[in-house]
Write a protein that binds this ligand. Structure first.
Ligand code: SF4
Length: 251
């Protein structure tokens, strides 16, 4: 006798009721529910059932949004490293709270420091064009940096600054748990892969960050300075799309 199907159906009904209740709470203004992470076979199977997936995503979105807000409140008006001295705004990160892809740069630039948002200057506009060429919308992905405050004159963040600030990135990535991380530039690639090597060596290969694949590529700012990086960046983005099983675009 197969006991699994009826049990699964009953559990599915219970979860459907929970989801309906959650939607009702959400529409009534409740925006935080502490949903424990669940990767069990039964949950995965249920999430494939018609009607469950979307609602499961709603739960995950709400839980992740609240968890990210919580990390933001821990960052607070941070003075933990010297980068706070010249900053205007902390640039925490922005985007989809349940993304397939997270892009990580090194630190905010001038425009980001003014607006408090990541990748909104010239390099950000180029990243937008890259995303568009990949068939992605900016609000589908999450974008953040290794350090949250702008280093003076856009210098690279120092090792002690990275060590102090990266606790927040680690927390963000634990919550976001994307299918893949794209490390933009040497600082992000070095931190996320733990490898010290030039981008010519690192790019085009997959590495591991807490069981999440990391694909390093050139920072869009480097691409602005050196258009010859355009081809390798595009090859890397095709590799990323292929990994996700998304259509590979030809430019
Ligand atoms: S860079 Fe990070 S650790 Fe340093 S002051 Fe800003 S938020 Fe705090």
């Amino acid at each position: 006798m197969n006991y699994n199907t009826p049990i699964l159906d009953q559990t599915a009904k219970i979860i459907e009721h929970v989801i309906l209740l959650t939607e009702y709470l959400y529409e009534s203004g409740v925006d935080y529910l502490d949903v424990p992470e669940c990767n069990s076979n039964i949950c995965n199977e249920l999430s494939n059932k018609k009607g469950i997936d979307l609602n499961y995503n709603l739960l995950r979105n709400q839980a992740n949004k609240s968890a990210l807000e919580n990390i933001k409140s821990i960052v607070g008006d941070c003075t933990r490293c010297r980068l706070h001295e010249n900053r205007n705004k902390i640039v925490f990160g922005d985007g989809n709270p349940s993304p397939e892809i997270v892009f990580v740069g090194e630190g905010p630039g001038q425009e980001e420091d003014i607006q408090g948002l990541p990748f909104v200057g010239r390099a950000g506009k180029l990243l937008d064009r890259i995303l568009k060429a990949m068939g992605l919308l900016r609000n589908e992905v999450y974008i953040c940096n290794v350090v949250k405050c702008r280093p003076p004159r856009n210098r690279n963040p120092e090792l002690d600054e990275i060590e102090t600030c990266s606790q927040f990135l680690n927390k963000q990535l634990t919550v976001l748990r994307p299918r893949i991380i794209c490390a933009l530039g040497n600082v992000a690639a070095g931190f996320l892969t733990g490898k010290k090597a030039p981008m010519t060596v690192l790019r085009g290969h997959f590495y591991d960050y807490n069981n999440i694949p990391v694909l390093p590529t050139y920072h869009p700012a480097a691409l602005l300075r050196n258009p010859a990086y355009k081809r390798p960046v595009w090859e890397d983005m095709q590799k990323l799309l292929q990994y996700l099983g998304r259509p590979i675009r030809t430019k």
